[in-house]
Write a protein that binds this ligand. Structure first.
Ligand code: 5AD
Ligand code: SF4
Length: 478
């Protein structure tokens, strides 16, 4: 590998220190300002909400360089693929996608293909791309998004491939341009990175240490979004209840929720809470502010204490269930969802049964379920695993049936009820059908006329399915 490539190192990414992250302000060098004149870009986004929000930053940067976005990759002068590394399947999909882009590159050798996101943080991926996927011109890491102007400039001027992936912990960069993809709902980062080091998870390596944004920057962003007409914001972090801990200040996520609620924005959500540190200030804040939505995503991962210990989740089955019961009791009417992994190395039948019984206990509104995927560089990748793939698939199937049963059961309470829906848009298949979400994050498809994205409407639910509700609009709020 060439010396002037800045290559990732999962080993370096593992390191943590106690230093408070530095805050830097983004500024654009004059020489890059016309870089994109007359050129078009297309961004492909994989993965979680953090990636969605990062793609909006990439778009914002490209727009500030004079590029314009296009709706078809065939028309693009720059294609960015923002990748996810959380499971093997996501990675394979990306490699297939890059393979297919070779055709476009052959037709248009001027096309610049850039690969960013979590996969770029893995040595193994970068080596594979450099050797086998020569159509990729730029590889940039999750900490290197603000280097896009320089990387594009360097590729245009030298026609050489560029790799810039920092594995260090990263700073907080404010004032970065953003082009939001929606006009009614917005993602707001409150912290970056993760220090939890669950043994199966690659995220602490690909996204660095926990770094909280200054609360004033967060509140100012929400106020600005409200002025721009946004109806809903989602506060984002791998682990939002750790907010503020790295800053060494006496101000927690619960305090932030109270302050964000005071902005008066219509709907506030947050993602993701770790059961660890879900404190009473947070519960109080959620209960006392009507604009904090009645929906909590609380990843379980496994219902067996021994597996949870091997996962380094920091709670036992009993502790999770006690927290869940407390939330359920103190937050009536709330919807609860979770994440569950089946087939963690050497998960026994009994351990899996514990997961099923935890689902019976919690009766979630929905669950995102996954088969464990081995991530190179994580502690779990070194654990022995004799469980056959077919057993894991069968477990997933059984779990999904249970999840669907409770999803359906929970949705029954909405039958014939009038719910408030924030309209996302019109159905692609039927122009009289709109869709949107209730405060509890239930997807509603409803018939209406004269409705637009961002309207808050009242819908009478006529039909209940496991994962969505059908209804008819009866009134418009505004
Ligand atoms: N294999 C399977 N699922 C995983 N997740 C994270 N890492 C892995 C992995 N190696 C799941 C967890 C997490 C969600 C975002 O993805 O359930 O909560
Ligand atoms: Fe991964 Fe665990 Fe951090 Fe979530 S809390 S991002 S599962 S290490």
């Amino acid at each position: 590998m060439k010396k002037d490539y800045i290559m990732p190192s999962l080993n370096d990414a593992r390191k943590r220190n106690k230093e408070v992250s530095q805050k830097l302000l983004f500024s654009l060098d004059e020489k890059y300002k016309q870089l994109g004149e007359g050129k078009r870009y297309f961004i492909i986004t994989h993965g979680c909400q953090a990636n969605q929000r990062d793609s909006e930053t990439m778009a914002g940067i490209l727009d500030s360089l004079g590029y314009t976005s296009c709706n078809d990759e065939k028309d693009a002068d720059v294609i960015i693929i923002n990748t996810c590394a959380v499971r093997q399947g996501a990675e394979e999909k990306v490699l297939g996608e890059i393979g297919a882009l070779k055709r476009l590159k052959m037709k248009n050798p001027e096309l610049v293909i850039a690969l960013g996101g979590c996969m770029a943080q893995e040595e193994k991926t970068v080596e594979t791309i450099m050797e086998k996927y020569r159509q990729v011109d730029i590889i940039f890491g999750t900490h290197n998004i603000t280097s896009l102007p320089k990387l594009l400039y360097d590729v245009y001027t030298s026609r050489k491939r560029k790799v810039e992936v920092f594995s260090k912990m990263g700073e907080i960069i404010e004032n970065v341009p953003v082009t939001r993809f929606m006009s009614h709902k917005a993602w707001v980062n409150i912290m970056y990175g993760c220090d939890k080091f669950c043994t199966y998870c690659i995220v602490p390596y690909t996204r660095g240490k926990e770094r909280s944004r200054d609360k004033n920057d967060i509140i100012a962003e929400v106020e600005q979004l409200k002025l721009q007409g946004y109806k809903e914001i989602c506060l984002l972090g791998q682990n939002v209840n750790a907010y503020g801990k790295d800053l060494g200040i006496d101000y927690t996520f619960g305090d932030l929720l109270n302050d964000v609620a005071k902005t008066g924005i219509a709907r506030i959500r947050f993602m993701t809470s770790h059961p660890w540190d879900f404190d009473d200030t947070m519960i109080e804040a959620i209960r006392n502010n009507a604009n904090i939505m009645p929906y909590i995503h609380l990843p379980l991962q496994s219902g067996n204490s021994e597996i949870l210990r091997k996962m380094n989740r920091r709670y036992t089955r009993e502790e999770y269930l006690a927290l869940f019961d407390k939330l359920k009791q103190q937050l009536p009417g709330f919807a609860f969802t979770t994440d569950i992994i089946v087939g963690f190395p050497n998960e026994s039948d009994e351990a899996f049964e514990d997961t099923l019984s935890a689902v019976d206990h919690c009766q979630y509104d929905n669950a995102f379920t996954f088969i464990y995927s081995k991530r190179e560089g994580t502690p779990a990748a070194m654990m022995e695993d004799y469980i056959e793939r077919s057993v894991k698939e069968e477990r997933l199937q059984r779990l999904n049936e249970k999840v669907a049963y409770y999803a359906n059961k929970n949705n029954q309470r909405f039958k014939d009820q009038i719910v408030e829906v924030l309209v996302d848009g019109i159905s692609k298949r039927n122009s009289n059908i709109y869709s949107g979400y209730t405060p509890e994050n239930k997807l509603v498809n409803f018939s209406a006329s004269d409705v637009k994205t961002g309207d808050l409407v009242k819908v009478k639910i006529t039909e209940v399915m496991s994962f969505s509700l059908n209804g008819v609009m009866i009134d418009k709020d505004h």
